[in-house]
Design a binder for this molecule. Structure first.
Ligand code: CS2
Length: 489
């Protein structure tokens, strides 16, 4: 067998069918992206590539790993930042090479270069996919969490920040001092009101450093909110093989994803932005209705599927959703418990949205692991499920299925599936959560509801919720499959 070359910019011409469109002009860096995971590479980077193809602009991306993932940086840089997106859908596989990523940095090793770029006026957007925990918020107040060790470090050493609020505050301070206009900060994480949430975290952090800086950020820096959507599992050898077959070239770091993608962006970019609308993004005045619909319908049911599946033994989302009782449960949960809490424009057909989600979940080519979605429950459960439960309780409505989902998370924290298989809990609060998982349903619920970072006291103190949760845990003790199959109103 002859050795195949690896992806590199010099050989792009030979990939003709797998790079989109003619007329590519190599851009300068205009976006720094914090959190260069698979999601960004299959989402914002793709929209940005297509926007530049359609309308030009210097919007090349510098991706940053905040976890110091040197192996990822080196793998991407060895390919000149190129990588392939492997779309897997019912119609087959489509492989496209993305060129928008120009540079990759690994913190803290490349700090000097990051500082240089964040000070550079050509960088007009700093975007983020750092997951819920990357915001270092005290979820009770929305301000930055002063007990977070990274935040304490960054307040003591503001010139060597490691956290998102610390990095952004330091960079904005530098810009203000130099008289360089600020960049726009674009959160692309699944948090409700993600722009406002990030702004509050950054401004409250800055206030601890220098009140004038906090006021300046508050007055001058735009933090538009966004709703991002694309199902993007982690990479396996199957994608490396698919890329090799299509490109006749090695790609060590391809990204799998579904064909569907959506991006709704609040249009507030004082320093400019790529023509993302040319790539299908929706630029709107208010993202909130879309954001809540996506968080509650998609992410809420994703987490439900994940925890029930971890107990019942379904390894992937398509396996879970093709189990008829589980599909029926998720369908009913969306129809009767989630959709009625949404306040969407008349043009948004929530039930069509539900059906489209069920079809996306059934994509058997994607192999989206339920264990991947089950990670970080302490961060995901509040916006995805608890907010919906609160809305329903306030309206005097039933919460049976939503509560089953939360109960499944509590039982999941015991680290053992119904068939006795053990698994690890990956969660920033894992130590606390797993130390607190007693066998008795009532005790389990009491200890968990006392964790104020997850359960707001106003909710935890509601007797209906507490009782429903105990009942659901009891039900799950007889096996998740049985609990799923119960007839509900
Ligand atoms: C998933 C999301 O891992 C998870 O928690 O629910 O990553 C989900 O796939 C995306 O938000 C879809 O847009």
């Amino acid at each position: 067998m002859t050795a195949k070359p690896s992806l590199c910019r010099a050989a792009l011409d030979s990939l003709n069918d797998h790079v989109s469109g003619p007329g590519w002009r190599d851009p300068r860096i205009g976006i720094v992206h914090l959190g260069i995971g698979n999601f960004h590479r299959a989402h914002e980077a793709v929209y940005t590539e297509e926007a530049m193809l359609a309308a030009g602009g210097d919007w090349g991306i510098c991706g940053v790993t905040l976890q110091g993932d040197v192996a990822k940086r080196d793998a991407l840089m060895a390919q000149d930042g190129l990588y392939s997106v492997v779309e897997r859908g019912p119609e087959g596989v489509r492989v496209t090479v993305i060129r928008a990523l120009k540079e990759v940095l690994a913190m803290p090793f490349d700090r000097a270069r990051l500082v240089e770029l964040l000070a550079d006026g050509n960088v007009r957007i700093v975007s983020l996919t750092v997951t819920e925990k990357g915001y270092c918020r005290d979820t009770r107040t929305g301000d930055v969490d002063l007990d977070h060790t990274g935040i304490a470090h960054d307040l003591a050493h503001p010139e060597e920040p490691s956290t998102v609020p610390g990095i952004l505050a330091a960079a904005l301070r530098q810009r203000r001092n130099a008289g360089t206009p600020p960049f726009t900060v674009l959160s692309c994480d699944n948090l409700s009101h993600n722009g406002a949430a990030l702004k509050q975290a950054v401004v409250s952090f800055a206030r601890m450093l220098e009140p004038e800086l906090a006021d300046w950020i508050d007055a001058h820096v735009a933090f538009p909110s966004t709703m991002v959507d694309r199902i993007v599992p982690s990479t396996t050898d199957a994608e490396r093989e698919a890329a090799l077959r299509a490109l006749h070239t090695h790609d060590a770091v391809p990204v799998p994803c579904e064909p569907f993608r959506q991006w709704v962006i609040e249009d507030r970019f004082p320093a400019g932005r790529p023509a993302w609308e040319r790539a299908g993004a929706q630029l709107v005045d208010d993202v909130m209705p879309f954001e809540l619909a996506k968080l509650r319908m998609l992410n809420g049911t994703h987490s439900t599927l994940a925890y029930l599946s971890m107990l019942a033994g379904f390894a992937t989302i398509d396996e879970a959703i093709t189990h008829p009782p589980l599909k029926a449960l998720i369908h009913a949960m969306m129809t009767h418990e989630i959709a009625p809490t949404l306040d969407v424009p008349p043009s948004f057909d929530v039930l069509a949205y539900r059906d489209a989600l069920l079809a996306r979940y059934a994509n058997a080519a994607l192999k989206h692991r339920t264990a991947q979605i089950a990670m970080d429950g302490s961060q995901k459960i509040p916006p995805r499920l608890l907010a919906t439960i609160e809305a329903r309780l306030n309206a005097g409505q039933s919460i049976e299925r939503l509560t089953l989902a939360v109960a499944a998370w509590l039982v999941f924290l015991r680290g053992q599936a119904d068939d006795g298989t053990r698994y690890d809990i990956s969660d920033p609060m894992a130590a606390r959560l797993t130390a607190n998982a007693p066998a008795d349903p009532q005790q389990l619920v009491d200890t968990m509801l006392a964790i104020k970072e997850v359960f707001p006291p106003e909710l935890a103190n509601r007797e209906v919720f507490r009782r429903a949760l105990v009942d659901a845990v009891r039900l799950l003790q007889h096996g998740a499959r049985q609990a799923i199959a119960i007839e509900r109103d």
